[in-house]
Design a protein around this ligand. Structure first.
Ligand code: GLC
Length: 465
């Protein structure tokens, strides 16, 4: 197959990683065509090729029949959507929906999405985007406002604010990911602890003691605390929680003032660095979400920092800790508590040939009916406020209680709305500096001094909301 290697090699690589040979087009009941595997790989290759060549489009359906292409869903998530209500949308509207698989991590996905949108390519029509991207992508996204018939203010106000850039609603909240501390109830009991740690100091002591005890009992691969320390967006979330809980600020204020180079932040990062190789594995500095989850679910850690989305994974049949864990808030530091909010939004490309239909799909997927069914069936935390008092939802997602019981001011949003298009650069500078500290390549003071200069050089003009 011809392939413009120079420009799109990265895309090809990520997608081929995910290719499932032999699954060209999977027919699922209700969803007329859910494209997966190589079929979708080809579709995206076609998009990329067409972009490069300036070819008009990618037409997979006969004229007259509308097919919306949706990007950013993982295989499982796409496969479960028909049962969560998408089939009804397809039946009622006659609109076909096909999915392109997601690829790589947050930053990889952003790069490919930006390349596609920068070229004003009409497909994909709908993107599932990280909570941090509306500010970066807003110029390429359709203002959903004029198309809405449900009141968007039913979504959590912080999320809706994040989706509104320069007065335009450029995406709608789809599900919430709230950070939590996962802990082993059996081990706390075994070591005589009545409750999970309240502060980082307490966490360190408890983790060290449990780790010592478990190792002495022959569990040589056991660790006290796992988290995400690789140099990527996930480390920005971890580090911002440390920084905020030590009273070091939240990177950049809404007025553009930068807060990183201060003794509280240095102390926060020195504390985290002291965990590496003591209560956390030396390899934690290359952990992303799946690495930490695997360690915890296989029974090899006492504590884990993870998103609410990990609750179901730890409850699943293959988890060794399914009956032996619970969740609570992250510990506090001398400056209080800071917990990141993550999650995903749905947005429509401004270049879609079917903006009305795409906006309708987004609105349908973010409606109370679908959010409730996704919460009950798959455990996704809703973004619609009213669902937090729905008994069926609360029973299905008990971890929602951690979100509901945490003070609003303890939730921290990454400064993506403030930095807008410069957020990726800001986050990269930040996680790279933190990573140098964690790996001992730099002292906290030197790394933070350099970081401050780099962030000032970005000349961030806070975006209007
Ligand atoms: C989770 C969050 C997302 C965040 C990412 C970082 O997927 O939902 O907002 O950017 O983790 O790794």
């Amino acid at each position: 197959m011809f392939w413009p290697r120079d420009c799109y090699g990265g895309v090809k690589l990520f997608l081929l990683d995910r290719a499932r040979p032999g699954k060209k087009c999977l027919a699922l009941s209700g969803l007329q065509r859910l494209s997966l595997g190589t079929y979708s790989v080809c579709a995206l290759l076609m998009i990329a090729g067409a972009v490069r060549l300036g070819a008009p489009l990618f037409a997979l359906e006969p004229a007259g029949k509308i097919t919306l292409t949706v990007a950013g869903f993982g295989y499982q998530a796409a496969a479960s959507l028909p049962g969560e209500g998408l089939s009804e949308f397809i039946r009622d509207t006659g609109i076909q929906v096909q999915f392109l698989p997601s690829w790589g991590n947050s930053a990889d996905q952003l790069e490919v999405i930006l390349r596609t949108l920068d070229r004003h390519f009409p497909a994909p029509d709908v993107y599932r985007i990280d909570v941090i991207w509306p500010g970066t992508l807003h110029q390429h996204l359709l203002d959903l406002g004029p198309y809405l018939h449900n009141d968007p203010r039913q979504h959590l106000p912080e999320l809706l604010k994040n989706d509104t850039v320069a007065g335009r609603i450029v995406s709608l909240p789809f599900y919430l990911n709230a950070v939590m501390l996962f802990y082993r109830t059996d081990l706390l009991k075994k070591y005589g602890y009545r409750q999970p740690p309240k502060s980082w100091d307490e966490l360190k002591k408890m983790a060290a003691r449990i780790q010592r005890g478990e190792r002495a009992a022959g569990h040589s691969s056991f660790w006290g605390y796992v988290w995400q320390g690789a140099a990527y967006e996930g480390l920005t979330c971890n580090a911002l929680e440390w920084q905020a809980s030590f009273g070091g600020g939240q990177i950049i204020d809404p007025d553009g003032t930068i807060h990183v180079n201060n003794p509280q932040t240095a102390r926060a990062f020195r504390t985290a660095a002291s965990w590496v190789g003591s209560i956390s594995p030396p390899s934690v500095v290359s952990y992303t979400e799946p690495d930490s989850l695997n360690v915890f679910r296989s029974g090899n850690a006492a504590f884990m920092r993870y998103w609410s989305s990990g609750y179901r994974a730890n409850k699943s049949a293959s988890s060794k800790v399914r009956e032996q864990f619970n969740v609570t808030q992250l510990p506090t530091g001398p400056g209080g508590r800071g917990q990141s909010v993550g999650g995903f939004q749905l947005a429509v490309s401004r270049y879609s040939a079917h903006p009305r239909e795409a906006a309708e799909l987004v609105q349908y997927l973010t409606s109370s009916k679908i959010e409730k069914s996704r919460a009950v069936q798959e455990g996704y935390l809703p973004t619609l406020t009213q669902l937090y008092s729905d008994a069926e939802v609360l029973k299905a997602v008990p971890e929602a209680a951690v979100f509901a019981n945490t003070r609003r001011e303890d939730w921290i949003a990454r400064p993506s709305s403030i930095a807008a298009a410069k957020y990726s650069a800001l986050s990269k500078n930040y996680y790279e500096a933190v990573h140098r500290i964690l790996t001992g390549q730099s002292s906290p003071e030197k790394a933070l001094d350099d970081l401050e200069r780099e962030l000032v050089d970005l000349k961030i003009q806070p975006a209007g909301r």
